[in-house]
Design a protein around this ligand. Structure first.
Ligand code: BV8
Length: 247
């Protein structure tokens, strides 16, 4: 079996990433010992009910993460760069689906990208529904740039109990891909954690997990490669491109 299963040039590749790919850029993951959920409860900051009950606490939580993301030392790392290289150099469609709300994939050069859990640097008006770039702090007094109303803006982020974005497009790509890479995710949060089963049940893609350690769904993958993303992802992308360039 060549690298990537029986992948041929021109075949579609789908990639899923999670917080682990941004860890070496200095952004915390969620479920590691030093992760976000070790410091704050999901129920207090990452559900629509939490936002209704205490919008100030939720705005503070996302304002702090928005500021941290824009600190000078937070840059795309070699894993983000490798995925942008794969999109540029692979002779076929490469779709990158990220659970992450940071902008490190864009800053690394990835273009064919879906933020299924939304984006930290954008805000959405709960009244008129418009979505706006929002790099600064957000509060109840922030007016919607479109309709002008205040106390109606929220982070453009998918909370628990809310439907992730672009699911139809994601499932269509999963059902038709020849290679599915899952990178830096613990496989705890659905529907993303179920994507590998979607590929196995509805498609024919070869599935590979690249993660620091086995995820919840590790046994579901055809291949698992464990190690830090900045090492295992550039190595895998380089071998994949070389194997098929030689073909
Ligand atoms: C929905 C945005 C339905 C906010 C996030 C029981 C069964 C099935 C489902 C459920 C259930 N009970 C409840 C549900 C639904 C729920 C869910 O799955 N809950 C889980 C906890 C059981 N899911 C939802 O609510 C989703 N919506 O189901 O809607 C619906 C249907 C109809 C109509 C309406 C609705 C919505 C989920 C999205 C929630 N939002 N984030 C924010 O970011 O603040 S989730 C959050 O978790 C982030 O998006 C994050 O990306 C995501 C997954 O976490 P990971 O990225 O995997 O991060 P984690 O820390 O867990 O893991 C990091 C990994 O990296 C680790 O494995 C680690 O080893 C590795 N790593 C660390 N360092 C490195 C590394 N790897 C490589 N290199 C390194 N250096």
């Amino acid at each position: 079996m060549t690298l990537g299963g029986d992948l041929k040039p021109g075949d579609p590749i789908v990639i899923l990433t999670g917080a682990g790919i941004s860890k070496e850029s200095g952004l915390a993951t969620f479920r590691d010992a030093d992760g976000i959920w070790a410091k704050v409860r999901v129920e207090d900051v990452a559900t629509p009910e939490a936002f209704r009950a205490n919008p100030v606490r939720v705005h503070d939580f996302y304002n702090a993460r928005r500021r941290q993301l824009q600190e000078a030392h937070v840059e795309p790392n070699a894993a983000h760069q490798a995925l942008a290289r794969l999109e540029r150099e692979w002779p076929g469609p490469v779709l990158l689906v990220t659970q992450n709300i940071d902008d490190l994939h864009e800053r690394a050069g990835s273009r064919n990208l879906i933020h299924m859990h939304g984006e930290l640097l954008r805000g959405r008006c709960e009244d008129c529904g418009t979505v706006h770039d929002w790099p600064g702090d957000m509060s109840l007094s922030s007016p919607c740039p479109a309709c002008g109303r205040s106390s109606v803006l929220r982070p453009h982020v998918v909370w628990f109990g809310e439907m992730p974005l672009e699911m139809d497009r994601i499932y269509a790509a999963l059902d038709n891909c020849a290679l599915f890479l899952s990178i830096g995710t613990s496989g705890n949060v659905y529907p993303a954690a179920g994507f590998v089963q979607e590929v196995k049940l509805q498609g024919t893609g070869h599935t590979v997990e690249l993660n620091l350690e086995p995820s919840e769904g590790a046994t579901l993958f055809d291949e698992t490669i464990h190690g830090p993303a900045t090492r295992v992802v550039p190595d895998y992308v380089g071998r994949l491109l070389n194997a098929h360039a030689a073909a």
